[in-house]
Design a protein around this ligand. Sequence first.
Ligand code: BT5
Length: 304
Amino acid sequence: MKKELRKYWNSKLVHGSLTGNSRKKSSLTKIFQEISSPPGEREGVRGKYRRMTSPTLDTRVFGKKIYSYTKVESTNEIAYRLAEHGAEEGTVVIAGEQTKGKGRADHYWFSPSGGLWLSLILRPLTASSSISRLSLLGALGITASIKRMFPLLSPGIRWPNDAVINEKKVGGVLCRAKNGQKKVVFLIMGIGVNVNIGEFPSPLCFAATSLKRETGCRVSGEAFQHFLLGELERLYFSFLGDSPALLTEIRLSSSLLGKQIKVKISQEEFTGLVQDIDEEGRLVLRLESGIQRRISSEEGYISG
Ligand code: BT5
């Protein structure tokens, strides 16, 4: 298995520039031009998008290519189109601000400047059912980075895709896959983290928090981004290797284990005790009736 993984990763290695295939290169360039935000809102030199390589980033694949924008509708949409045109695994799209940031089920995602809004292109070669696990992996990436940067904070994962501090949401993950017949063609992992957001609009002010609010000081977005890409790559490696350590880490970081919660499935609400998160990323709930139920992230959401 180790040998296979090494071969896989070596085949994925990129070195900061678009490689070989010039047809692919020109097709990608076209996408960047199509996805133009109004002049003046782009980051870049002479009307070209800035593609940053990050020399200090200690990753092998993630973030070796970063497309950085000042303002876009949604980084997930851009990443999806780039992936459709062959962008490599590990490519990252980042924006300073999103005007139509998205959550699951088309929820609105508040994304003014001051947050970290990024989308990662993955090509995991796994069965289509891995979205639940990768959403948890993304949330774990956020909490692990927070712990590394701020050891005194105690962030947790709130199934299926939230990173929370003191039960307030500090970040969220939105995965969208393009599925082939049996496998995922590519998967976009969108991650939003409230880094330096000082105030939230009223519907969010009691439910959301930011690193700045929790630490009381301004946080370096760039440093956090480096931690995040490093942690995400480490966890993704673990995911590809089917390591049981990943599920253990997810369970240990879960803020819901042992708690009584309400889950809505279609129009029905269930109350139960959270017993576990299983190998498929499903929530294992002991309902009041005593029956055990496994709930996937596509099926249900927490309502209280
Ligand atoms: C999520 O959805 O938590 C997924 C968030 C993913 C955002 C990233 S940013 C980069 C990429 N590009 C995108 O367009 N999206 C991704 P969900 O679990 O459905 O949570 C959405 C709910 O969280 C909303 O209905 C609000 O209640 C709340 N919310 C919205 N903005 C928030 C924020 N900035 N911080 C905390 N909570 C927020």
